[in-house]
Design a binder for this molecule. Structure first.
Ligand SMILES: [Cu+2]
Length: 462
């Protein structure tokens, strides 16, 4: 009852949020304790400009592509009212969040055309990081995301060691359009349709936050925190910024223990990374963030031009005199290792082309059964020549090794790109939330064609 009263008191607040959401300025606000954040996402067809200079039939969250960036704090109780105004079922999957199965937005819980659903979840302590939201309906995930349904989520901690550093949320996506300017979906049995099914659908137009080649301003000496999200259906980015070295500070489930200097970094589908970009360039200079050649393909369907670097955005230095760079922490936060000696199960997942352990997804079948609270080691072996990025719903894991080589440092992950003919292992603990959870390849065409399995986590018998 108390929470109902609270929600009633929040109704004017919710209206305020809705107006923010519609304007695209913000979509979530906090309340003093207890913090409850309530917002509305309307999923609807829209006539929008996705490709520059053209309009097309798109799908949008609250009328915009990408959808509004949602910002929450650890501890927030979140209520999202979703109205599905599409002519087909949809869901919203809160990619990477550790939340109840009822709120996961999996294909098992579709929101029918014209219907509404309230997603309710609590943001647990320790989950600060960069996430994203997107539909996950049966067989239609790739289609709905390509039409425009994706958006960023930022979760903040009260004790963020990087607080105060200016931020950029950068959602990377790509798309392909017909000569008439519409989002291009060739017939599945056409040559391009078959290539899309094999490679995963890629497009020649690269977007950052829905824009082509935007410019980010910076001042010499300044440090920026970039949160990058790969919302592409299949494209894997190998990111480099000419003349700059990144400090790699975080991944899917938040910050690492300490920054790692890197010249370039691979961002697979569904993955997120946090980077510190240090303004080491001269006043007035310009640097371009590129994606470099990355061979994720089967040799038979590798596209022409796959190895040509592509520009993503420009970093433009102001003419102002350099500022003194801020002191950066050498230690970010603790990432306690999951105890592999407590593992009560070792599972073996084989990725072949379009199949997991030789089978396509069946909504009525449970493929793996785990006990609530159990620690398990999963080995994912890719027996074919192209990358398949693995995603587990609901739980963050720690990658142990790849082809027997230990991971260089610990990180919380919900994605693990498994390269061609690679075998990689992770440790996971199934805390808090029982239910049925999906695990799948995050090449959306593969996922939609059944490269997905179901894990059921059940409470231990008393
Ligand atoms: Cu795949």
């Amino acid at each position: 009852m108390a929470s109902r009263r609270r929600l009633r008191r929040l109704s004017s607040f919710a209206a305020l949020l809705a107006s923010f959401a519609a304007s695209g300025v913000a979509c979530a606000q906090e309340r003093p304790a207890p913090r409850t954040v309530e917002l509305t996402l309307t999923v609807a067809p829209a006539r929008l400009s996705l490709a520059p200079g053209d309009t097309c039939d798109a799908f949008a969250f609250n009328g915009q592509v990408p959808g509004p960036t949602l910002e929450f704090r650890e501890g927030d109780h979140v209520v999202v009212h979703v109205h599905n105004h599409l002519a087909e079922p949809t869901t919203i999957h809160w990619h990477g969040l550790h939340i109840p199965a009822s709120a996961d937005g999996s294909p098992m819980r579709p929101i029918p055309a014209g219907a509404s659903y309230d997603y309710k979840f609590t943001i647990l302590p320790g989950s600060a990081g960069t996430y994203w939201y997107h539909p996950h309906p049966d067989h239609r995930t790739g289609y709905q995301i390509a039409k425009g349904l994706y958006g960023a989520i930022v979760i903040r901690a009260a004790d963020d060691p990087l607080a105060g550093i200016p931020e950029q949320v950068l959602v990377l996506s790509d798309n392909r359009f017909t000569p008439a300017g519409e989002v291009d979906f060739p017939p599945p049995d056409s040559p391009q349709g078959r290539i899309d099914e094999e490679n995963g659908r890629e497009g020649p137009v690269l977007f950052v936050n829905g824009r082509v080649m935007p410019t980010i301003p910076i001042r010499a000496g300044e440090v920026q925190r970039w949160r990058l999200i790969n919302a592409s259906a299949a494209r894997i980015y190998r990111l480099a910024l000419a003349g700059h070295e990144f400090l790699y500070v975080g991944s899917d489930g938040g910050l690492f223990e300490r920054p790692v200097p890197v010249k370039e970094i691979v961002l697979a589908t569904g993955e997120r990374i946090e980077l510190l970009v240090r303004g080491t360039g001269a006043p007035g200079s310009r640097a371009v963030l590129q994606t470099l050649a990355y061979d994720r393909y089967d040799p038979h369907t590798r596209p022409a031009g796959w190895n040509v670097p592509r520009d993503l955005l420009a970093l433009q230095y102001s003419d102002s005199a350099p500022v003194t760079p801020p002191a950066l922490p050498s230690r970010l936060r603790a990432v306690p290792a999951l105890d592999t000696s407590r593992a009560t199960a070792h599972r073996y997942i084989v990725f072949s082309q379009g199949l997991i352990n030789g089978r396509k997804m069946d909504m009525n079948r449970v493929d793996e059964r785990a006990r609530l609270g159990a620690t398990e080691i999963w080995q994912v072996e890719n027996v074919v020549g192209m990358d398949h990025p693995f995603h587990l719903h609901g739980f963050q894991f720690q990658i142990l090794d790849r082809n027997g080589v230990p991971e260089p440092f610990r990180a919380w992950k919900d994605m693990m790109d498994v390269r061609g003919h690679e075998s990689a292992r992770f440790v996971v603990r199934f805390d808090d939330y029982p239910g049925k959870w999906m695990y799948h390849c995050h090449i959306l065409d593969h996922e939609d064609h059944g490269m997905m399995g179901i894990l059921e986590v059940t409470p231990t018998r008393r």
